[in-house]
Write a protein of this length. Structure first.
Length: 502
């Protein structure tokens, strides 16, 4: 990664599979910098449009050795990872990771660390903040004290297509013309457009060496969450919303309410709801001295909404809040079989000859999920999705990032794409609440006489006695769910070949 100052900086990006990191990388490349991504699962970056233009280093921010390897010959290191409420020990995990990152940055001679954290209210003591906000503030402080010049940006609500804050606002407003809401809808907030966040992140790379401080970054509008919902309704062409605040809705209760109404699961909604309890507005705009604002910058809230909605309607959402793995979800790869020796492994295999070409079959396979559905008994999938939401899972509402194309790491309702071989294999890993690990594989293969052959395999690795009981309790329904899926996918491929609807 050789580069000179006038040719651009050498940048390390952590969290490149996440919402902000996945959008920052192409912005850095556009600015003339070279980029290395530190990722626990490098294969998740394989299908990004910019994948061939970056170097990928396998590693984890909690592993000092891999962080040191990733920082070799780097000028600027971006720290864009945090454990968004992933279990009771997430604060200690964040603390450990930040210390390792700062220590290794100092040892590697990094010129600057750039961190994106959360905006905290000045009048509230840190110990009284929500664990999520408190942890992000502590991470910023650790990096600032690392001995490496650090830019710690602090943002409140980030508005952009696919952001968790935008999706929460969008679904609450669109689905509930009349709503009973928590009292935090009356709290003042200063949101910022994701495009401005990216501009400040890129510009922070060239700050003078003597700068080592936090910067508040916000848009020009200070408004309540109620006003944000009404503005969304106006921009989206919806009628005025009737909003009735109810004081007794705690962050825990309101997070479950958000989880039921929006695609954002309770595990992520809760830290967002806790953050909205406090007034979060900028107390300075010193970032403008180092990263000047152009005409019309930063974007107004209305402009940010318009741009986000345009992206959604044009299906050009490059990253989503669900781009990063859901906290607490197992990420073990599919066990190798028949060599698998780790215990019981249950499978359900379905095969069918298809009266269509392999290409037509693959189009149906790659288009599965989201608005296209699962080609199976809809009520069964809906009930399973609701049960998952009720127990704090992601449910079926995450949908798809793109209606026709998938890439490794994409969320797909309550699945995630673990592997994709274009034209042949789609492997999904379950992220619903289960007493074990589960995968679903779909193959589009060549059959006889130019026809396609569809093969489908569901795999379940049970955890304990409950896992075994779960498999046997649902196995009577497999003929309806999995058998119906195989039949309907084959039929849909035939209709696609005939030019009819998929």
């Amino acid at each position: 990664m050789e580069s000179r100052e006038d040719d651009g900086l050498r940048c390390l990006v952590t969290g490149a599979t996440g919402y902000i990191g996945g959008r920052l990388v192409p912005e850095l490349l556009e600015a003339g910098h070279t980029v290395r991504c530190l990722a626990r699962s490098p294969e998740k970056l394989r299908d990004y449009p910019w994948a061939g233009k970056v170097e990928v280093s396998k590693g984890d921010v909690t592993d000092a050795e891999s962080v040191a390897a990733g920082m070799r010959d780097i000028d600027v290191a971006y720290y864009l990872v945090h454990a968004l409420g992933s279990g009771s020990g997430f604060e200690e995990t964040d603390r450990k990771a930040a210390r390792i990152f700062g220590e290794q940055a100092r040892a590697a001679g990094i010129r600057r660390i750039v961190y994106l954290g959360g905006l905290t209210p000045a009048e509230v003591p840190e110990q009284e903040l929500s664990p999520h906000l408190r942890s992000r503030a502590e991470v910023g402080r650790i990096l600032l004290d690392s001995g490496v010049p650090t830019t710690a940006l602090r943002a409140a609500v980030i508005i952009g297509s696919g952001s968790a804050s935008f999706e929460m606002l969008r679904y609450l407003t669109e689905r509930l013309p009349v709503m009973v809401t928590p009292s935090w809808v009356s709290t003042r907030i200063q949101p910022i457009a994701v495009r401005d966040v990216l501009r400040y992140l890129v510009g922070s790379a060239r700050m003078p060496a003597e700068v080592n401080r936090t910067f508040d970054i916000c848009g020009p509008d200070i408004m309540t969450y109620r006003a944000m919902m009404q503005k969304y309704a106006e921009v989206a062409g919806l009628p005025h919303r009737l909003i009735l605040p109810v004081p007794m809705l705690t962050p825990r209760l309101s997070s479950h309410w958000i989880g039921l109404v929006t695609p954002v699961p309770a595990s992520i909604a809760r830290p967002l709801a806790e953050s909205l309890r406090y007034e979060v507005v900028c107390h300075e705009h010193d970032i403008g001295r180092h990263v000047p604002d152009g005409p019309g910058q930063p974007f107004s809230f209305g402009t940010a909404l318009t741009l986000a909605l345009q992206r959604v309607r044009e299906a050009r959402v490059t990253t989503r809040w669900s781009s990063a793995s859901t906290p607490g979800i197992p990420s073990d790869p599919l066990p190798t079989d028949p060599e698998w020796a780790g215990g019981s492994l249950y499978t359900d295999v379905r095969e069918r000859d298809v009266d269509a070409s392999p290409e037509a079959l693959w189009r149906v396979v790659e288009g599965i999920g989201g608005d296209n559905g699962w080609y199976s008994f809809p009520l069964a999938w809906a009930i399973r999705g609701w049960l998952d939401r009720m127990t704090g899972g992601v449910g079926l509402r995450r949908g798809r990032r793109d209606a026709e194309r998938l890439r490794v790491g994409d969320s797909l309702d309550f699945w995630r794409v673990e592997e994709i071989e274009p034209g042949r294999l789609l492997r999904l890993r379950a992220e619903m609440r289960l007493p074990g690990l589960a995968w679903l594989e779909m193959y589009a293969e060549k059959g006889e006489a130019g026809r396609a052959h569809y093969r489908q395999r569901a795999v379940f690795h049970p955890s304990g006695l409950l896992g075994h009981a779960y498999w046997w309790s649902v196995s009577p329904f497999h003929a309806i769910v999995f058998g119906g899926m195989a039949r309907n996918i084959a039929r849909a491929a035939g209709r696609t070949t005939e030019g009819g609807p998929r």
